[in-house]
Design a protein around this ligand. Structure first.
Ligand SMILES: NC(=O)c1ccc[n+]([C@@H]2O[C@H](COP(=O)([O-])OP(=O)(O)OC[C@H]3O[C@@H](n4cnc5c(N)ncnc54)[C@H](OP(=O)(O)O)[C@@H]3O)[C@@H](O)[C@H]2O)c1
Length: 432
């Protein structure tokens, strides 16, 4: 039997248009296979006279948000305006009015997910945010349906297409970070202000959401140790290639004996690992479950149609629950209830690149100082010396055995302050 599902959409930017287009392409197929007749009945458009480059009947538009949030005819509100506010306020109002919510907004969910989920449960409605993590990849839905029987010990994601594109171009063409960023901006792959992407904050928002689903943990993105890709130099890329690694901005969380570890940072991954093959603007999420074992999801983490596909998937998921009148009776997509303790980063293997004056005894002094503090060196490599000003210098690259980051930083600072070396040029985790 055909059931009409009336959707109100907030925002008609990239993803709003992508969602409209994806529905236009697939409406009849969805109706045929599910019986759901999904209609976007109203769209919040704060600039109704702006040319959106898409054929949408004018009467669908409203500049008044109440026409959607307080409209008794609307079943599901789709929030696609972005940013923490007023998006959170609008979603809260929709939920309080008994409407289910679909959003692509990682910033608002990472900041206020618990508040919104609680509100949804109090009002016996649903909130879903598949599109907020890895765009078109159905990772949240898979984790909360087909994979629900598993307990997961770790998750690693390449969750930001812009940074993955930049790192791939640096690796394939040997170009500098700044040069590749400029090209990416010219091609529309990077924002004019790229900070949220290149500093890792966007990936931290997404990891915070994944940690809620996978571990039931409430971890604010500000508490996740986060480093971006701005310090990656050609030398780091060259070393990684020669040593059989690829550098990826990885968002990782692992369950350890004492609690949960997490961070977002550039990491050296073995070239044979499936995540190393994820190139350019593509995203991937790798999980390890106690039954399913290793599993990787791969696809487009952004873009109007892939993200619109995820938004529509959530609309269909909610509509099917509404149809069966069981909206309050399912596993929520987000949860914050496991009580698992978040305890920072944990120990890892590290890559350290430094510059030293090319004279005898320097390497010995460095390794002795490492040894004094129990930091073990797995391997060291010296690059060819070169003239710098009046002296000859050389790059030293260390692989350090598992160590906690604060101890490593303490010892490296000591080595630097005692003028044993000239500079520390980069420090990255190695994921074997
Ligand atoms: N772009 C992607 O590939 C992607 C992928 C996954 C998730 N997302 C998420 O999807 C959401 C939308 O992203 P987008 O790329 O579509 O952004 P966008 O192109 O900037 O579109 C945002 C839309 O919201 C409207 N808007 C913004 N603030 C508003 C307000 N206060 N009141 C009313 N309307 C407002 C804008 O109106 P005007 O056009 O009139 O300014 C525009 O129509 C974000 O949360 C983003 O993180 C995006």
């Amino acid at each position: 039997m055909k059931q009409l599902i009336r959707v109100g959409m907030l925002g008609i930017g990239n993803i709003g248009r992508g969602t409209w287009q994806a529905l236009a392409m697939n409406h009849d197929r969805i109706l045929e296979s599910t019986g759901l007749d999904i209609e976007i009945v109203k769209i919040l458009n704060r600039h109704p006279d702006k040319d959106r480059g898409i054929d949408i009947p004018k009467e669908k538009y409203t500049a008044e948000v109440g026409d959607i949030l307080d409209n008794p005819e609307i079943d599901i509100v789709v929030e696609l305006i972005g940013g923490i506010e007023p998006a959170t306020e609008y979603m809260a109002r929709a939920l309080s009015n008994g409407k289910s919510v679909v959003t692509a907004n990682k910033a608002a969910i990472a900041a206020n997910g618990r508040y919104l989920v609680d509100l949804a449960q109090q009002n016996h409605v649903l909130i879903r945010c598949e599109a907020a993590v890895a765009g078109g990849i159905p990772i949240l839905t898979s984790l909360t349906t087909a994979l629900l029987s598993n307990s997961f010990s770790e998750v690693h994601g390449i969750l930001n297409g812009t940074t993955n594109y930049i790192l791939t171009q640096m690796t394939e063409y040997g170009n500098d970070y700044a040069q590749v960023l400029k090209e990416a901006q010219n091609k529309g792959f990077a924002e004019a202000d790229p900070a949220a992407d290149v500093e890792g904050y966007d990936a931290a928002n997404k990891l915070s959401i994944l940690m809620s689903i996978i571990f039931g943990a409430e971890v604010s993105p500000e508490d996740i140790p986060t480093r971006g890709i701005t310090t990656i130099a050609r030398e780091d890329i060259e070393y990684s290639l020669n040593a059989g690694y690829r550098i990826k901005l990885l968002a990782s969380a692992k369950k350890g004996k004492k609690g949960l570890y997490a961070n977002v940072e550039p990491v050296l991954i073995p070239a044979g690992h499936p995540l190393a093959a994820v190139s350019n603007e593509f995203n991937a999420v790798f999980v390890k479950g106690n039954a399913v074992d290793d599993l990787m999801f791969y696809g487009r983490g952004a873009g109007p149609l892939p993200t619109g596909s995820a938004v529509l998937g959530d609309i269909i998921g909610i509509a099917r629950k509404l149809e069966k009148d069981s909206a309050y009776d399912i596993v929520p997509q987000l949860r914050y209830d496991s009580g698992v303790k978040f305890i920072g980063e944990g120990a890892s293997k590290y890559y350290v690149r430094m510059t030293v004056t090319d004279r005898p005894g320097v390497l010995g002094r460095i390794t002795t100082t490492f040894g004094q503090f129990g930091v073990s060196v797995e391997a060291v490599r010296q690059e060819a010396p070169y003239e710098s000003g009046k002296e000859r210098v050389a790059a030293l690259i260390f692989r350090i055995f598992e160590v906690e980051r604060p101890l490593l930083y303490y010892v490296l600072n000591k080595i630097l302050n005692e003028n044993i070396i000239k500079s520390i040029d980069n420090i990255m985790r190695i994921e074997d």
